[in-house]
Ligand binder design. Structure first.
Ligand code: NAI
Length: 289
């Protein structure tokens, strides 16, 4: 209660970021968002037109509110690092002069929200995700790492100094980092492996430097917008239903609740971990009959 959260990676009401926002709001936190610049206009339009009102319902009868919405692009750290064609792109130019790079968003959060307690990284992007790793270009591989793994390092680098002691951060990863998932290509499996390894190193470094905790949730399959773009999400959901110890479809709210737990004082001694929230699928070694 009374905690301030910043969540990067919400652009509709279908993904894990939204579910985490909702679970944190249920627990009494104040939520601000970092929304990917190309998705900002549609998100804000849908939000103000009431398209999300049904999914905004909280159990106390209120509605999920976002105190601030910041344009953000987590593949850029400073304004100097933004290429000219991006700067002059219509949608990026329309994002305003306060900037959308990670360092600028951190500065904007500090001046408009103040110090924060909870940091959520719920974003990923890999331009060649549909290509097998064996056919992935250097550019595609590095782009996947940049958007999906370094973005988390950059967020902790820039938001760490404005986080209160006993704060916590969380990111979302996927089983493809540790098991072969054909179809999750383009270096995305590599990016998730980096994200998980970084979770341990950052837990140590940010723990010592800022007294904050760093964890990741390895989530089961969910038919979010990002997942639909990969193309085999329905197959993954069916596979999980058929093979996981708990035979049910994963709800985004189950990941939201686990995130709220990991970000709360109930998890005050948990840091540097990757927790599977996947109906147990990760633990199987052989498909059941
Ligand atoms: P989503 O589409 O709701 O969320 C991804 C978000 O990332 C979108 O809002 C998109 O606008 C944002 N984004 C992309 N590039 C960005 C950038 N450069 N800067 C800022 N924002 C950017 O989809 P989902 O599935 O909820 O994804 C959230 C996280 O969960 C991701 O890390 C994903 O890899 C992870 N995850 C998803 C699984 C699934 O089956 N959907 C399974 C396991 C992990």
């Amino acid at each position: 209660t009374g905690k301030k959260a910043f969540i990067a990676g919400v652009a509709d009401d279908q993904g894990f970021g939204w579910a985490i926002a909702k679970a944190l709001a249920e627990a009494g936190a104040e939520i601000s968002l970092g929304v990917w610049v190309p998705a900002l206009k549609i998100f804000e339009g849908s939000y103000t037109k009431g398209k999300f009102d049904k999914s905004r319902q909280l159990s106390n009868g209120g509605l999920l509110e976002f105190t601030h919405i910041f344009p953000m692009d987590a593949v850029y750290d400073t304004p100097e690092g933004v290429p000219e064609d991006v700067k002059s792109n219509k949608r990026y130019a329309a994002a305003g002069d306060k900037g959308f790079t990670v360092s600028e968003v951190a500065r904007n959060v500090e001046s408009e929200v103040g110090k924060i307690d909870l940091l959520v990284h719920s974003l990923a992007n890999g331009p060649e995700v549909t290509k097998p790793l064996l056919e992935t270009s250097r550019h595609g591989y590095l782009a996947a790492l940049s958007a999906s793994a370094y973005s988390n390092v950059s967020m902790l680098q820039h938001f760490g100094p404005l986080m209160n002691e006993n704060g916590a951060s969380i990111s979302l990863t996927y089983l493809a980092s540790e098991r072969i998932i054909p179809g999750y290509g383009g270096g995305m499996s590599s990016a998730k492996a980096a994200l998980e390894s970084d979770t341990r190193v950052l837990a140590y470094e940010a723990g010592r430097k800022h007294k904050i905790r760093v964890n990741a949730i390895s989530a089961g399959p969910l038919g979010s917008r990002a997942a639909k773009a990969i193309g085999f999400i329905d197959k993954m959901i069916a596979y999980s239903y058929a093979n996981a110890p708990i035979q049910k479809e994963l709800a985004a709210s189950e990941v939201g609740n686990a995130a709220a737990f990991l970000l709360s004082p109930l998890a005050s001694a948990i840091t540097g971990t990757v927790i599977h929230v996947d109906n147990g699928l990760h633990a199987m070694g052989l498909a059941p009959d």
